[in-house]
Ligand binder design. Structure first.
Ligand code: FES
Length: 225
């Protein structure tokens, strides 16, 4: 199943004067040096620090040195976050849905987007940061197009997750927390994915792969472009 967070489409509602810095892991578009004057009404500009450390230099489209890094919250994201806020009796209940929407839009959750979520919902930024840092499913930096999360908790470990993790490191040539140079895969080890009865389990983007063997996982990876 494809992951909408990693679609190749651009960010809707953004036009003019931008550098389309298509990161290998997500569709976030950086704008430099300033936001276009004709940007859609209601869009919100945020400063984006170079937290991924790559300079977003994919396809030679890095922002000019020294240029402020900014991105806009697309209209569609704005509308969907507002919808989520309206759906709950307590505004705070919309924090997790809003963070999911941000991650599906950009492929990760930049700290500036966390602050935007806090402001939009009207909760302390510390609460939003706390959610993002607590749940490993939120990515605080860009990851691969196919994000592999290997469960390392007891049931999976007893059923071979260590072997699977070691195999992935060798096959992909990366350590835990890293992204392959082509941006295709990233790898992390996580705690229980809640699928202990079908251990060992690996989550790839939104999909669970269960009762895995090294051979079965290799077949899955070969089908991922
Ligand atoms: S221990 Fe791996 S899914 Fe629970």
């Amino acid at each position: 199943m494809s992951d909408p967070a990693h679609s190749s489409g651009g960010v809707p509602g953004v036009s003019g004067g931008m550098i389309a810095a298509q990161h290998p892991t997500g569709p976030a578009r950086l704008i430099a040096p300033e936001l276009p004057a004709d940007r859609p009404a209601g869009s919100t500009a945020l400063r984006l620090y170079d937290v991924c450390g790559t300079g977003h230099a994919a396809a030679g489209e890095a922002a000019p040195a020294g240029a402020p890094r900014r991105f806009e919250i697309p209209e569609e994201l704005l509308a969907r976050v507002d919808e989520a806020i309206a759906r709950y009796p307590s505004r705070m209940a919309a924090v997790l849905p809003a963070l999911h929407l941000v991650q599906r839009t950009f492929g990760w959750v930049p700290v500036e987007a966390q602050e935007w979520v806090a402001e939009r919902i009207g909760v302390p930024a510390a609460h939003v940061h706390g959610c993002v840092s607590f749940y490993t499913l939120f990515r605080t930096r860009p990851m691969g197009r196919h994000h592999l999360q290997v469960c390392r908790t007891l049931s999976c470990e007893l059923r071979g997750s260590n072997e699977i993790l070691a195999h992935l490191k060798t096959r992909l040539g990366i350590a835990e927390g890293q992204v392959t140079p082509d941006g295709r895969f990233s790898l992390v080890a996580v705690e229980c994915l809640g699928s202990c009865g079908t251990a060992p389990t690996v989550q790839i983007n939104d999909d669970y792969h269960e009762n895995l063997t090294v051979e079965a996982l290799d077949r899955v990876l070969e089908g991922l472009k």
